[in-house]
Design a protein around this ligand. Structure first.
Ligand code: EPU
Length: 349
């Protein structure tokens, strides 16, 4: 059923979101609306408030574990547009609409000679979702190229601009999934990019991959292609096999915990995480606990990267979380480390 809510906003009832979540779960939203303009967003939020509906803002659905039926209103952000606001002293500030596809934006930025996003090629999802968990890959995080964002503040009912110091970015973290969860609807993200290349090649695997290809003096496009190739070789394409990328965060432990583990498990993979802490490779822990390639009824652990849980078809939130709990328990028993689930569960558990 489709009813006209405002001249410009269409509200759909019992709408399928099966194609809109990268796990490929069968999901039905009680109400769904697509939003391209700010007034539509305001109208949709006002309706939800009047109706006492919970609201889910949906980007690419690539970091969500959804239940079969979502109560209330799902708002899919479909605003588009990329505009260069400033260019001087070798830098550009570019404003990108939240509804733009992340990877397409990365590719477009390169085509314009705007550099800095190469390492984050092929991350699924939308631009507006990127600040929420401060997406990152191969040694670069969103915060490294972030200038500011514009958002609709649901609390103060006005448009605001937020700068890095207000966002509290950390490893897979920001205020948008922390203290301010649900308050802001990110509308555009502004990036500070460089017009001269400054390649980040330090993350394990990248430099080696380029040298194996016989590329001694890599250009930004070489780095972009390398990241795409490496990701394709170990991360499943959601269009082929449902997944949300890394299912767990890489756990941070104290130096003392790390040293004790390293004595028992000499091949342990870990990276310095600042402030006397180490970040353990959760994929390594899960792999060593024997889960890589494990298949339950409909869900499993990806055969090439144990940090990724997959939907083989017909899986749902319950079966995936049951598998996640088994993985967590076995990693805790073997290594004494608790893994935290990284994607958001909606409705909350
Ligand atoms: N490893 C194993 N077995 C596995 C998986 C990994 O031994 O099954 C080892 C690897 O050999 C490597 C280490 O663990 O030595 C780390 O693996 P990898 O470089 O693949 O990175 P990751 O820590 O598993 C993180 C991000 C990814 C991101 C990559 C590259 C998190 C939670 N995940 O994965 O992000 O693409 O680094 O930067 O931080 C995502 O967030 O969805 C995501 C895919």
């Amino acid at each position: 059923m489709t009813v006209n809510m405002k001249p410009e906003v269409l509200l759909q009832s019992d709408a399928s979101l099966t194609g809109s979540n990268t796990l490929g779960f069968s999901v039905v939203a009680e109400h769904l609306c697509q939003v391209e303009q700010l007034p539509q967003l305001q109208a949709a939020l006002a309706l939800a408030k009047r109706s006492a509906w919970p609201v889910l803002l949906l980007g690419g659905g690539s970091n969500l574990i959804l239940s079969e039926r979502l109560p209330g209103l799902v708002i899919q952000l479909n605003n588009r547009g990329i505009s260069c606001l400033e260019q001087h002293a070798g830098q550009v500030i570019v404003d990108v609409a939240a509804g733009e596809n992340w990877h397409d934006w990365v590719a477009y930025s390169l085509s314009q000679g705007w550099f800095g996003l190469e390492n984050m090629a092929l991350i699924p999802g939308t631009v507006g979702a990127a600040p929420i968990q401060n997406i990152g890959a191969y040694g670069v995080e969103l915060k490294d190229c972030f200038h500011s964002l514009t958002a609709w503040d649901r609390q103060q009912q006005r448009q605001v601009t937020l700068y890095p110091h207000e966002c509290d970015f950390g490893y897979r973290h920001s205020i948008f999934k922390g203290v301010a969860a649900g308050r802001y609807v990110i509308w555009t993200v502004r990036f500070r990019l460089s017009t001269t290349p400054d390649l980040k090649l330090n993350y394990g695997g990248i430099a080696q991959y380029l040298s194996d290809q016989g590329i001694d003096q890599p250009q930004p496009l070489d780095l972009f292609n390398a990241v795409c190739d490496i990701r394709r070789s170990k991360l499943p394409d959601p269009a082929q096999l449902g997944n949300v990328g890394s299912f767990f965060e890489n756990p941070r432990v104290t130096l003392a915990q790390y040293e004790a583990l390293k004595r028992n498990f000499p091949t342990l993979v870990a990276f310095p995480a600042g402030e006397g802490r180490m970040k353990l490779a959760a994929g390594w822990l899960i792999d060593q606990a024997g889960w890589k390639g494990y298949c339950a009824a409909n869900v499993g652990v990806y055969e090439k990267q144990a940090l990724v849980l997959v939907n083989h078809g017909g899986g749902d939130r319950r079966s995936l979380l049951a598998l996640a709990a088994e993985v967590q328990q076995s990693v805790r028993e073997k290594f004494g480390v608790m893994l935290s689930i990284e994607p958001r569960q909606y409705p909350a558990a």
